[in-house]
Write a protein that binds this ligand. Structure first.
Ligand code: COA
Ligand code: AMP
Length: 624
């Protein structure tokens, strides 16, 4: 079938389209109802289907004869170790850890926070939760205790699973004290904290609350997958929104399994037995969908990499991993290749490795800038495939549908809408714009399976953020345009979300931290262009009258505060003390214009501006 035919069918008759796709996964009870609409235009996929996501990912592969195939390869560049688990071995570990969780009284619907480095135990913990119907909530290890505390309060987990440490290049980061600090700060207190002790560092355990992973595993009885409704939540994954409070994106079991299974064929053209490597972290959506679930649903071998694209030990690290494990499909964020290119512009390191197993390279998480696209295509000679998606959707909204019909590449474009996503571009009043005209990127409801079902504990926020802005559509928060061939170009966020090294961060959240400093009268944070990380946050700050702190002292303190409160990952390295901030007459800070000035872009002086002379002052600050 051609892409056009498949796409049209998915839009004209979504129920029949997804009924067929649903046959590709193992159900305990196949759905008879495919779609049930809710009053707000959103709805539920496969509402009477029954399955277990861990069964689809693991046991079903053993039933299909893949028990002895490698399911997971862990490659740790920071410890120099590598180990693998077959489907049979991984299933055994997961069934045991599921038993360990069950023995602690954790059952269907309970939440479990997982705060772990990139080690197989993180994947085992996620799949074990799925096996007993518990809802996992993975928090990226680079987030500071306060961020973890916010998520503990929101998700109210019964248990936290962690490890004694993570390793950042050569720095051993003790995780347990961070977890202790977060639990102390949080109002909600989890009953248990299960700690995997790594050889690099041993964590102190608190009697009554803390449990040792290995001890629990030694006494655990394996458990079988429990039946859950397709609509039951599989996980919560927090992502940055425009306010300081992150949004807990909720994903269901059935729609998720069907959509990810389909995406493995459509977007990645993956076959059972393929070695699939998503170089990301389990703390992000890419890690959830394509380190853990997608590749396992498709019977692939997934690679989990603990290391960086550079410095562990050099810019050849990615090519080394591809060679050592025979990687067929590699997915990462453009920033990783920008880092490699910066250190090894001619890709000399590639020559030392045999990367002939690689078929395609996939990029997402931020805009794939044309120079990075061309460099990669030229140096590797491989298809370089950009695709656009978000934590909310869990899989590609736009892609080159190579599993059906490869499309000619247009650098800068994420290619065409994936079947299931009826993408449109609208103006601020919600009216569709013309071809080539920029606007808000929206998706006509219903969204396909696999997308968020709500925001944890806050359905009102879900409706307000995604459904209310343009009635009848999902509001993506991204701006872009469609060209005459139907190619979609995503140009960046239109809200206060920024993308730093493929990590999604909220400037609003950073502003809240900065504004809490007693010497700060007012502030704003904008994302300015950075050649390596895509964007970097920069804070503009107004000192309170009468405050005695020196501007350079304040600037340093603010950088440290953001690091302490949000985490090093925020990468806020610069704040600038200014005399005034540009505002509209109604008092709204002109963040967009500030960003344009910082990036030396042309900008229109807004007619609503309070005092245009301020723009020149801001310009001077950035020139300095
Ligand atoms: N635990 C603790 N700290 C962490 C961490 C973790 N899991 N991950 C990152 N950090 C820290 C880093 O050590 C760094 O600290 P520093 O300021 O003290 O040096 C800080 O957070 C910023 O990290 P990062 O954004 O990763 O920057 P970097 O300079 O260390 O590396 C890249 C730059 C481009 C190499 C890196 O960002 C990268 O590999 N990106 C790949 C893209 C990616 O995985 N995106 C995920 C979504 S697909
Ligand atoms: P996250 O939810 O962390 O995956 O971040 C999602 C955001 O990253 C999107 O809203 C986009 O702004 C950006 N993004 C992801 N993939 C792409 C892409 N291929 N092209 C442009 N922007 C992208």
């Amino acid at each position: 079938m051609s892409y056009n035919a498949e796409f049209r069918r998915s839009i004209d008759d979504p129920e029949s389209f997804w009924r067929d796709r649903a046959q590709d996964i193992a159900w305990m009870q196949p759905p008879s109802v495919i779609w049930r609409a809710k009053s707000n235009g959103h709805g539920e996929w496969f509402p009477d289907g029954v399955l277990n996501t861990c069964d689809v990912a693991l046991d079903a592969n053993i039933r299909a004869g893949r028990g002895d195939q490698k399911a997971l390869i862990h490659d740790s560049a920071v410890t120099g170790e590598s180990r693998s688990l077959t489907y049979a071995e991984l299933t055994e570990q997961v069934a045991l850890f599921a038993g360990a969780l069950a023995a602690q009284g954790i059952s269907k619907g309970d939440r479990v926070i997982i705060y772990m480095p990139m080690i197989p135990e993180a994947v085992i913990a996620m799949l074990a939760c799925a096996r007993i119907g518990a809802v996992h909530c993975v928090v990226f290890g680079g987030f500071a205790p306060h961020e973890l505390a916010v998520r503990i309060n929101d998700a109210e987990p019964k248990a936290i699973v962690t490890a004694s440490c993570g390793i950042e290049i050569q720095r051993v980061i003790a995780y347990k004290p961070l977890v202790d600090q977060a639990i102390n700060e949080a109002d909600h207190k989890p009953e248990h904290c299960i700690v995997f002790q790594r050889p690099q560092l041993s964590a102190d355990l608190q009697p009554d609350r803390d449990l040792d992973w290995t001890v629990l595993m030694d006494i655990a009885d394996p458990v079988a997958p429990v039946a859950v409704q397709a609509t039951d939540p599989l996980y919560i994954l927090y992502t940055s929104g425009t306010t300081g409070k992150p949004k807990g994106v909720v994903r269901d079991n059935g729609g998720h399994a069907v959509a990810l299974r389909y995406s493995m064929s459509l977007v990645y053209d993956a076959k059972p037995g393929d070695v699939y490597w998503a170089a990301s972290d389990v703390g992000w959506v890419v890690g959830h969908s394509y380190i853990v679930y997608g590749p396992l649903f498709a019977g692939c071998t997934t690679v989990m990499y603990e290391g960086k694209p550079v410095k562990t030990p050099d810019a050849g690290a990615f090519w080394r991993v591809c060679q050592d494990h025979g990687v067929n499909l590699l997915f990462t964020a453009p920033t990783a290749f920008r880092a490699i290119r910066k250190e090894d512009p001619e890709a000399d390191a590639m020559e030392h490795y045999d990367i002939s197993s690689l078929r395609s390279l996939f990029l997402a998480g931020e805009r794939l800038d044309p120079p990075t696209y061309h460099w990669l295509a030229e140096k590797t000679g491989l298809p370089v495939l950009d695709h656009w998606w978000q934590t909310e959707t869990g899989w590609a909204i736009c892609c080159d549908p190579i599993g059906i019909e490869p499309m000619p590449a247009k650098p800068g474009s994420a290619t065409v809408p994936s079947p299931g996503y009826n993408v449109d571009i609208v103006d601020p009043r919600g009216k569709p714009v013309r071809t080539m005209e920029q606007g808000q990127v929206v998706v006509k409801l219903p969204l396909p399976p696999g997308c968020l079902t709500t925001i944890w504990g806050d359905d009102e926020r879900f409706v307000k953020t995604y459904l209310a802005p343009v009635p009848g559509y999902y509001f993506s928060g991204d701006g872009g345009y469609v060209d005459e061939d139907g190619y979609v170009f995503i140009m960046g966020r239109t809200d206060d979300v920024i993308n730093v090294a493929g990590h999604r961060l909220s400037t609003g959240e950073m502003e809240e931290v900065i504004a809490a400093h007693p010497a700060v009268a007012e502030c704003c944070v904008v994302g300015v262009h950075d050649d390596l990380k895509g964007q970097l946050p920069v804070g503009l700050v107004l000192i309170k009258d009468g405050a005695t702190i020196r501007p350079d002292e304040l600037e340093e303190e603010l950088v440290e505060m953001v690091r302490e409160r949000i985490g090093a990952i925020a990468s806020l390295r610069q704040t600038i003390v200014v005399d005034r901030l540009p505002k509209t007459r109604s008092g709204k800070i002109l963040r967009r214009v500030i960003r344009q000035i910082a990036d030396q872009e042309d900008y229109a002086v807004p007619s609503t501006i309070d005092d245009p002379a301020i723009l020149e002052e801001i310009s001077d600050h950035f020139r300095r």
